[in-house]
Structures are given as C-alpha cells and as structure tokens.
Design a protein around this ligand. Structure first.
Ligand SMILES: *Cc1c(COP(=O)(O)O)cnc(C)c1O
Length: 380
C-alpha cells in the first residue's frame, strides 16, 4: 500500500502493562481515546485496551463517545470537555459520563435525564490550577451536594487535571504538588459533607511518571500509552533525581509507525535540484528515492531537509521540500534500497514522533493526531 499508519496493538498492550505494574493492581486505568485515540483509531484502541485491563475511556466530544458505543464498547465513557446544550439529549441516551463544573449545567443535565427517565452518572471536575473547565475547589462540596440532591443524577467520580505534571523544573514540580494538595483538600471536604466522591482521579501521563501522589483511584495517561513519555527535563532538583530516575525508567514503545513506499528511484546529477523552491541541490551525482507521503498525510512540511526515514534498517535524509503527496530521500551514490521497499517515516525507535516533533517545534501528540484520514490504519 501507498502509505499506512501501522498501529502496533501489542506495543499498546505492553504499555498498559508497564503502567499497571507501576501504579499497582488496585488502581484503575482510564484510556483517553479523544481525537480518534490521538490518531490511532478509537474503537480498535479501546478494544485492545479492554483486553489489556483498561476499565474506562475518555473522549472530548459527544460524537466521539457515540462512535465508541456504536463500535461496541460497553465500558464507561467519560466526556472530558464541556458539551453544548444541544448535545445533552445524546449524552443522556448514550449514557456518556460528563465532567461537570457548575450548578447551571448540573441542573440542565438533571432536567434532561428526568425527561428521558434515565439516571445519568457524572463526575465533578475541579479546577485546581489548570485554569480551564472545572469548579473552584471551595465550590466542590456544594456542587456535590447539588448532584446528590438531583434525583436523576449520580455522582460517580471527582477529578482534576494537572497543568505541568510532565516537567522536572522545580517550580513546575511545586505547582503540581500544590494542585494535588488543593485537590485532596476538596475531596476531603466532599467526604466531610457526608458525600461519596466516587472514583477520585487526576493523573495524566506526566503524573503517572513523576507524581505518585496524584494516582488516587484511577489514572488517565494518554500519550504515555501511545508510547511517548514526553517529560521535559530541566533543573531537576538533586533531591528529586533518584525518584525521577525510578519513575522515568518506565518502559513504553511508540504504537504508531507511519509507513510508506519507495515508488521510484532516480538519478540526480551533481547540481540538480529536488522539489519545490529548489531548497536542496545535489553536491555529487546521487540516487533519490521518491516516497508517496507528504504533508497532506500528516508529515509536517517543517521537517523538510531535517528528517531521516528508515529504509532496510538504515536512516536516510529527506531532501528538498516535503510536498502535499510526495517527498524525496537521498540514497547516496550506491544503494541496496530497491523500488517498492517499505520506509518507516516515523515510529521506529530510531526516528520516533517525539524527535520529529522536536525538529518541527511541536509535541508528539500533534504528530500522531495529524495523520490524515486518507492514511489507512493497519492493526498489528
Ligand atoms: C487528554 C487528557 C488526558 C491525557 O493527557 P496525556 O498528557 O496524554 O496523558 C487526561 N485527562 C484529561 C482530562 C485529558 O483531557
């Protein structure tokens, strides 16, 4: 095939196992499968997740939740983002579990659930310092009380989200600790009001690696389960280094491999140029492989003249601009590469999406999410 995203489900399951081993068997794993599982394919990832012991899933939109239901996923589905009022009917009928941040939304949900005569589970979302959705920590007990009093609602969880849990900078570590402490206090206040907060959860990937205090009842690591640790290391305080080393030793492998084909090999003479803008010219006579993959597939154009692809176990540089549907690779004067050979554009240990993200000024999340719909996902 022209270009495919090979999804290594065995690696995904191994990554789940690494996280399970790390957090202990009494904690649950919620797999974030928003944005089509970061580009990997939500239904397939959810099925593999269930086989490996995941207990629920997280989506950003109602449509994503409905697609999972339609794909046969019976496990609970958390709705991480704030939906619009015109989507509530579907939330109730599908039984998605929304995060709630405020009294108005709780009351709208209760009205709809009453009309549908269907009890709806919700999780309280507390803003402990992310500054996005969520209620203020001191409002949490009152919101919990309102939910408990709402006849058609059931409080089954309490959550927060961490802003800098993936950083080893001292200021960021302190900020995360403050968020965790604020969350603990709010959960305690809910309990003190005689209310069961349900599943308590906070940890994204960064916190699974660096902040055991944030693990609570359930963790929600996304990028980590897709194979990237994505921890930014700087100014790690010496007293933290040993702890960091332990948590950083957690082993995960990239799940997505973008694979393309050498569709043509051609000679370019010394002084000849390659692709739009003539940004690369050959210093000597050389062989150029044309690959059938471009920025419309999700290979960032910013990687032009900066990236290396793996063919037959060897890395070769991309030369000239990446165009919409094609790019070119310099094979050198002589080569063992053959026409129709497979090329790993990214996702092998030698050229993972984190490295590609680094040279293009982004994060691995954006690389895998941006692999376009026209690229078939092939599950292994
Ligand atoms: C996306 C998301 C996560 C996962 O974040 P990662 O950085 O990929 O681990 C966890 N929780 C919420 C609420 C999210 O939106």
């Amino acid at each position: 095939m022209r270009t495919t995203a090979i999804i290594h489900l065995n690696r995904f399951k191994k990554n789940i196992n690494s996280v399970k081993t790390r957090i202990g068997k009494n904690r649950l794993i919620c797999v974030p499968v928003k944005a089509d599982a970061y580009g990997h394919g939500a239904v397939q990832i959810a099925k593999a997740g269930l086989e490996a012991g995941a207990s629920c899933f997280g989506v950003a939109t109602v449509a994503e939740g409905l697609a999972l239901k339609k794909g046969g996923i019976k496990a609970p589905i958390l709705l991480f983002s704030q939906p619009n009022p015109d989507e509530i009917r579907q939330i109730v009928s599908a039984g998605l579990i929304p995060f709630v941040s405020d009294a108005e939304f709780v009351s709208i949900l209760n009205d709809y659930a009453k009309t549908a005569k269907k009890k709806l589970s919700v999780h309280i979302k507390i803003d402990t310092g992310m500054g996005r959705i969520g209620c203020a920590a001191k409002e949490a007990p009152e919101l919990a009380r309102q939910i408990v009093k709402s006849k058609w609602l059931k409080l089954t969880g309490t959550a927060t989200h961490l802003a800098v849990s993936d950083s080893t900078n001292k200021r960021d570590i302190d900020y995360t600790k403050k968020q965790i402490a604020c969350f603990q206090k709010a959960v305690k206040a809910i309990r003190a009001a005689g209310i069961d907060p349900g599943l308590v959860h906070a940890a994204n990937s960064g916190a699974v690696i660096l902040h055991p205090d944030a693990w609570f009842d359930m963790v929600r690591p996304g990028i980590l389960l897709y194979g990237y640790k994505s921890v930014t290391e700087h100014e790690a305080p010496p007293d933290q280094l040993k702890k960091l080393a332990k948590y950083k030793s957690l082993a995960v492998e990239p799940v997505m491999e973008l694979s393309s084909t050498v569709v043509l090999i051609k000679k370019i003479k010394k002084g000849g140029s390659v692709s739009y803008g003539r940004t690369w010219t050959a210093e000597t006579d050389t062989l150029i492989a044309v690959l059938s993959v471009g920025y419309a597939d999700g290979l960032p154009r910013l990687a032009s003249n900066k990236w290396q692809v793996l063919i037959g176990g060897k890395l070769y540089p991309l030369v000239g601009r990446i165009s919409m549907d094609q790019c070119c690779v310099n094979l050198g004067k002589k080569t063992k590469v053959n026409r129709w050979d497979e090329a790993a554009v990214f996702g092998s240990p030698n050229n993972d999406a984190a490295a590609l993200a680094k040279i293009t000024g982004t994060i691995p999340y954006e690389i895998t999410c941006n692999i376009n719909k026209r690229v078939p996902r092939v599950y292994k």
